[in-house]
Design a protein around this ligand. Structure first.
Ligand code: ATP
Length: 335
């Protein structure tokens, strides 16, 4: 029997007033999700999809207009205090006081949680050790590198020894090295500490590498749910691309006709420079026959590549638009 979900939401709706005569914003439009314990779960969606609103409802920071949400089996509205005690929440901005050192920040957070002075100091020491913050522990938090500051944020989220840790875009703004270090840290947390980690991200690669399960959110609704591999497996087929060199239309047409005759291959030619794109169940198996067909027709070719379906393809299939759409791109530029 599958384990009971640790985080669940049923038909959540959240509307924000539009203001100045504008229509209300339906940030969540009947969102339902279920996250098993001890896993890393990615809430994935483009800018404005409703990820932060979902997290805010689940962490008791916002109240849904309708619907039900439970964390650790407790209702986020009726049992809000107990839910708060059982979770850690790391928001997009840093929660650390820049004027205090990492250690002081951790001690203060533990004191806020009601721990004694001695217990707070022990908890801070354990987290400094756990996150490799010893070198920076007594420096001002404002002077830390982006990666170290983000580690401190996550450590702050763990002060209360939570059952579920919510991370809102944990690696946005980090360089690739710091991002990889954070991914390793998050995996370790879920693996060693049996913690459930719920992270929001708009990085497909992050969700792919890190998450055991993914909920893809778009316009306030769930459009796909599953493990990254299972989601990709629903998109049968590989893509074979072959760059054509100075293609002659007649020769290409003849090559395309023979490739179309191959079993299970759908082929077209795109772009002004001519790139042959073939969709097929088993990409590597058709490389030989496709190249042979091009050569037989007298079409010269350059690079050949086979790619498996990506989360990008999954998103395109379920949301009906490409991930690399302008809103995501503009957000990246704005950062
Ligand atoms: N306080 C608010 N008042 C009005 N509209 C809001 C408010 N907060 C969010 N929204 C709107 O609700 C929708 C969902 O926003 P939300 O922040 O949950 O999305 P998101 O997926 O987390 O996006 P991001 O990646 O930008 O954080 C957006 O249209 C947003 O503009």
């Amino acid at each position: 029997m599958p384990a009971a979900p640790v985080v669940e939401a049923l038909d959540l709706v959240k509307t924000y007033p539009g203001g100045r005569g504008r229509p209300d914003v339906r940030a969540l439009d009947g969102l339902t999700l279920s996250i098993p314990g001890g896993t890393v779960h990615g809430l994935l969606g483009p800018n404005g999809a409703g990820k932060s609103t979902t997290t805010r409802v689940l962490t008791t920071l916002a109240r849904a207009t309708s619907g039900v949400a439970r964390v650790g089996g407790r209702d986020v509205v009726r049992d809000a205090d107990a839910v708060r005690r059982s979770i850690g929440y790391v928001s997009q901005g840093t929660g650390a006081d820049p004027l205090l050192s990492p250690r002081e920040n951790l001690v203060m957070a533990a004191r806020f949680r009601g721990l004694s002075r001695a217990a707070s100091s022990d908890r801070a020491a354990a987290l400094v050790d756990r996150f490799g913050l010893a070198e920076a522990a007594d420096r001002g938090a404002g002077k830390l590198s982006g990666g170290t500051r983000r580690k401190l944020d996550v450590a702050l989220g763990l002060v209360g020894t939570p059952q579920v840790l919510f991370l809102d875009e944990p690696t946005t703004g980090l360089d690739p090295e710091a991002r990889a270090a954070m991914w390793a840290e998050i995996r370790r947390l879920a693996g060693e500490d049996a913690l459930t980690v719920v992270l929001t991200t708009h990085y497909l690669e992050e969700a792919d590498r890190l998450a055991d399960g993914i909920t893809i959110v778009d316009r306030g609704r769930v459009v796909a749910f599953g493990s990254p591999d299972a989601l990709k497996a629903t998109l049968e087929g590989d893509t074979l691309t072959v760059d054509l060199v100075e293609p002659t239309p007649d020769l290409v047409r003849s090559a395309v006709a023979s490739i179309t005759a191959l079993r299970d291959v759908v082929v077209h030619v795109e772009g002004p420079t001519g790139r042959l794109v073939a969709r097929t169940a088993d990409g590597p198996a058709v490389v030989g026959p496709v190249i042979a067909a091009l050569q037989a027709a007298g079409v010269r070719h350059g690079a050949v590549a086979v790619s498996r379906p990506s989360l990008d393809d999954v998103y395109l299939r379920h949301a009906g638009r490409s991930w690399t759409s302008a809103d995501v791109a503009s957000r990246e530029v704005a950062r």
